[in-house]
Design a protein around this ligand. Structure first.
Ligand code: FES
Length: 121
């Protein structure tokens, strides 16, 4: 295992991502609400560049205690990464596919130190 410098934290803007290459491995480092998440830029569906996809809040059904449906709402505490190839969605916090938990992005540890962001590979 080795620690790789990704960038100065201020060089990755809020909501932004940085894709780095280590040999033939691509890793996306995503900043969201001042936290950093790192995943292999490879979708387990068919290999799409998942970290380059948009991020959007998960959608849930708003159903009251009597079972009455009031529509759907966004849950900003449950952000998803949407793969640009076929739209599979993965939870930003853990990389697990929202429909099939068997599909998971390869996650990497992120460390911040002295104003820089590192990943452990
Ligand atoms: S390759 Fe990502 S959804 Fe198909």
């Amino acid at each position: 295992m080795s620690e790789i410098l990704v960038a100065a934290r201020d060089d990755i803007p809020e909501g932004g991502a940085r894709i780095i290459e280590i040999g033939n491995l691509e890793i996306g480092v995503i900043r969201h609400e001042d936290a950093f998440y790192a995943y292999r830029n490879f979708c387990p569906h068919q290999g799409g560049p998942v970290c380059e996809g948009i991020r959007m809040a998960g959608v849930y059904d708003d159903v009251d205690p009597e079972g009455l449906f009031h529509g759907q709402k966004f849950d900003k505490a449950d952000m998803h990464i949407v793969c640009p190839w076929h739209g599979y969605e993965y939870r930003l916090k853990d990389g697990v596919n929202v429909c099939d938990a068997r599909l998971k992005l390869r996650k990497y540890e992120v460390t911040e130190r002295d104003g820089n962001v590192y990943i452990t590979v």
